[in-house]
Design a protein around this ligand. Structure first.
Ligand SMILES: [Zn+2]
Length: 867
């Protein structure tokens, strides 16, 4: 049976994941089993070059093979020997073909020794050095193999289906430390230099081989006697402990959860400069971006670093110990690593935080599905494997694990995970192996779930209506799967799931009680009748919210209000709040502002702020502004964001106070700074000069951790779209030498501000962006692509196209191409449409004022009649 068609052309109105040139990808034929890879290298850091030998021990799978093909990109191949005899070879810059003098004998190991050198490698291994613009940049060397970049720093059979032990011996200048996979088995002095010899004795794939070199501080921790080490730039020692210090506890936690003790002799985390990912789970040696290191103030409301540390650690089991055989199955590791962030959140912060975490993972997938494309999680049709590393792979993958857990129940879920890890340790897996482990451990066949959520795209969009028939004491719940069209064609988009529906009763002296029924939902529209002794106060659709879905509740207001107040699940309370906001009116504002002041969980308080702001009534401001006093900085951040949508003078002044008086949190300050700019651009034009002054003051004075606050000022300026001063200030901050994260935000801001600028200024912006697009640093290219994608001139397309053509990075290529189609669409919508939009906004505004007055009158009238 086939799970999904090769080319998923019918996407039900969604854009296609497959860009032109996408095609099926398979692992190559295997000439033999790679047993061991030994790299013996000498680094010349000032020259940005290295040379040495790569020795691969291979057990041929059959006799008579007389040619071997290895992946090797842009290396200088000097010689190839097999068992110490020189061989002839062909090298085209991408693949190395070795012609064996003696054909292979099945099972008889051969040793292939390749002498080579590399100068200024483009990928795989990165030299970080100070330069004129950044004289204080540290000197470092680090590698990044995933997905297919190890071939840029050593010749290899570069795909995850081959597992081997490995060894790296590397010579570096005395003052540097070299860190690699496994155990340090020897160090020796060599004149001005030092040799580090690392050995990884458990098999792993080439993409997890790593090397990191720098003048690092080494902070030693341990777990059950095994070294747990943090390497950071000197002076960041305290930040290192603050940011990674929970690692030993996490190792303990995951060892227990996965039913398999941490498998490697050590665990090192190295924070490196200019890293092109957040983190990379190289076997026993994770590399992290140094941007994740928190100072004391950032630690207040940054949970991202802790999640990153948990994610990469989880990969040591899911990814490194149990290896995916092909990239198309990468969700097994990325989904579990992302789900492990949820598990750790649960362990550390409790179940409300965990529920909110998985809701946000689902939302991030839903946003990609709605705006970018829809695809099956497992697909081997793509242009480059790196394109798969999206929100489907990570966040939707996590949601699938969450649903497996709901389907099996906690005990059986963990039993299945233990079986999967134990049966597949030090082996490669595909999705089917997970299904098999589940069946072996629990007897359950979950293919129906995988068919719906893994092998095809999409999710159910539920609309749920409820009514109570008091005479017959029947609760009626009608569920519609709106993603399926009403005609017969829609049936293929239907989901077939069992969903628990709960009826809640709050009792004054005790906890909320619920009566729960599980129903099978498999048609476009179904009505269910539940006989109940008493009228319920509220209805919980999908109790515990395990199902990946969207949901829109169409209940009467009293039931929604009761749910927002009493449902024990914060996610259900959020859904209720959303439905309340949709109803609008003063009653809605009252219910939501009560939640903002009283809900016990910060996530619900943060959510209701943006819902309040979505109700276009003047009374919202007063309800929101009290939230600025919330003790939780994450709530305050949400309040500030929500206030930015209420573009009135009093709201502006409230935010101005935060910018001027500061907040305990960098992020709150940054958000307020950004918001100020956005408010002026609407109907507070007369505040523009003052705002520019405030924002430029922030830029001058508020340098600090990762430039979070100043980045807010740049984002604020970018909203002053017609201002010359704002543009020239932003341009000033794009100059090389400006701290990198701030400079990147200024480059991105050029896109947003361009849409209100004169044609001359737009030309100038385009010229600047074209200049920046030539810089080779990954994050600069990303920023340029983001900026160009926001422009409304077809002239942006040419620059995007040449960026797409020239970048060595698949992620940038994809972004640039997606930006091209966005710009095409925007530039296509003509001036007339723009004018109509503006007129419509004005009408909406007038309407809001009228409605606000009316609601007030009605409220007063009600008070009078009640008396
Ligand atoms: Zn990952």
């Amino acid at each position: 049976m086939k799970f999904h068609s090769l080319f998923d052309s019918d996407n039900n109105g969604h854009k296609s994941f497959e860009l032109p040139g996408a095609h099926p990808h398979y692992n190559p034929d295997r000439p033999g089993q790679v047993e061991h890879i030994f790299l013996d290298l000498i680094l010349n850091i000032p020259q940005q070059s290295f040379h040495g030998t790569c020795t691969i021990s291979l057990t041929p799978v059959r006799s008579g093979i007389n040619q071997l093909t290895l992946d090797a990109v842009n290396l200088n191949i000097e010689s190839v020997q097999v068992d110490e005899t020189a061989q002839t070879f062909d090298y085209d810059g991408e693949q190395l073909h070795i012609y064996l003098q003696t054909p292979t004998q099945a099972g008889k190991v051969i040793k292939i020794a390749i002498a080579y050198s590399v100068e200024k490698p483009q990928r795989g291994l990165y030299f970080i050095l100070p330069d004129n613009n950044y004289p204080n940049k540290p000197t470092q060397v680090w590698t990044q193999g995933e997905d297919e970049d190890s071939r840029f720093w050593f010749p290899c059979f570069d795909y995850p289906g081959q597992l081997a032990t490995s060894e790296i011996r590397v010579q570096v200048p005395q003052k540097f430390i070299a860190i690699s996979n496994g155990e340090l088995i020897n160090t020796e002095e060599a004149g001005e230099n030092k040799i580090y010899h690392w050995s990884q004795q458990q098999v792993h794939p080439t993409y997890l081989m790593t090397l990191a070199v720098g003048d690092f501080a080494e902070i030693k921790d341990e777990w059950q006697g095994r070294p747990v080490t943090y390497y950071v730039e000197k002076t960041r020692e305290e930040d290192a402990r603050r940011s990674m210090g929970k690692t030993p506890r996490m190792i303990e936690f995951f060892s227990e959860k996965y039913g398999y003790s941490y498998p490697y002799p050590k665990y090192a985390q190295v924070c490196v400069d200019d890293f092109i990912f957040g983190g990379m789970e190289n076997t026993s040696t994770t590399l992290l971006t140094d941007r994740c290191l928190l100072d004391e103030r950032a630690a207040l409301d940054n949970r991202g670093t802790e999640s990153l540390v948990a994610h990469e650690l989880a990969h040591q089991w899911f990814g490194d110990l149990v290896v995916i055989k092909h990239w198309s199955h990468a969700w097994i590791k990325e989904g579990m690593a992302s789900y492990s962030e949820v598990m750790w959140t649960d362990q550390e912060y409790g179940k409300d935080d965990a529920a909110y975490y998985i809701l946000n993972e689902a939302r991030s997938y839903l946003a990609e599905d709605a705006s970018r494309y829809r695809r099956p999680i497992v697909t081997h049709v793509y242009r480059e494997a790196i394109e798969l590393y999206d929100r489907h792979l990570y966040e939707k993958g996590a949601c699938v694990y969450h649903m497996i857990r709901a389907e099996l129940g906690d005990e059986l879920f963990w039993k299945a995970i233990h079986t999967f890890v134990q049966d597949n340790a030090h082996k490669t897996v595909e999705t089917i192996d997970l299904l098999r482990a589940i069946e072996k451990a629990t007897g359950r066949n979950l293919l129906f779930l995988f068919d719906q959520y893994v092998y095809r795209g999409g999710h159910p969009d539920f609309q749920v209506a409820y009514s109570w028939d008091g005479d017959s004491k029947l609760a009626k719940v009608t569920v519609t799967q709106t993603q399926a069209k009403a005609d017969t064609n829609g049936s293929k988009d239907l989901f077939d799931l069992k969903i628990p529906i709960g009826f809640g009763y709050s009792q004054p002296e005790s906890n909320t009680q619920a009566k729960t029924f599980k129903v099978r939902i498999n048609q476009r529209e179904q009505s269910f009748y539940f006989p109940l002794e008493e009228k319920p106060q509220f209805v919980s659709f999908d109790v515990d919210n395990y199902t990946l879905k969207t949901v829109s509740l169409e209940y009467p207001l009293p039931e929604l209000k009761a749910q927002l107040k009493y449902d024990p699940d914060p996610v259900s309370r959020i859904y209720a709040a959303e439905a309340i906001a949709k109803k609008g009116g003063l009653e809605a504002i009252k219910a939501l502002s009560e939640a903002l002041q009283q809900d016990s969980f910060w996530g619900v308080r943060a959510e209701v702020t943006k819902l309040l702001a979505s109700i276009k009534l003047d009374q919202v401001f007063e309800s929101l502004v009290v939230g600025l006093k919330d003790e939780n900085p994450l709530v305050r951040r949400a309040v500030v964001d929500a206030l930015s949508n209420i573009k009135t003078l009093e709201s502006y002044n409230a935010l101005k106070q935060i910018v001027q008086n500061g907040d305990a949190s960098y992020y709150v300050e940054s958000m307020a700074t950004k918001a100020l700019g956005g408010m002026v651009s609407a109907n507070l034009q007369y505040q523009q000069d003052e705002t520019i002054e405030i924002l430029t003051h922030v830029l001058r004075e508020k340098t600090g951790w990762n430039e979070v606050v100043r980045t807010g000022a740049i984002a604020g300026l970018s909203q002053l779209k017609t201002s010359d001063i704002a543009l020239s200030t932003i341009l000033e901050y794009t100059t090389p030498g400006i701290p990198q994260s701030l400079r990147l935000s200024a480059i991105r801001a050029l896109g947003s501000i361009s849409t209100g600028q004169t044609p001359n200024n737009v030309e100038w912006i385009l010229e600047q962006l074209e200049e920046f697009s030539k810089e080779s640093f990954f994050l600069t290219q990303v920023s340029v692509a983001v900026a160009l994608g926001q422009m409304e001139t077809i002239k942006a397309i040419g620059i995007l196209q040449s960026l797409a053509d020239q970048t060595p990075d698949g992620r940038v290529r994809r972004m640039a191409e997606e930006a091209i189609s966005t710009v095409q669409k925007k530039a296509g919508s003509d001036q007339a449409v723009k004018q109509m939009r503006e007129e419509l906004d004005l009408l909406k505004k007038e309407n809001q004022e009228l409605r606000s007055r009316l609601e007030n009158l009605e409220a007063k009238a009600q008070v009078v009649s009640n008396n």
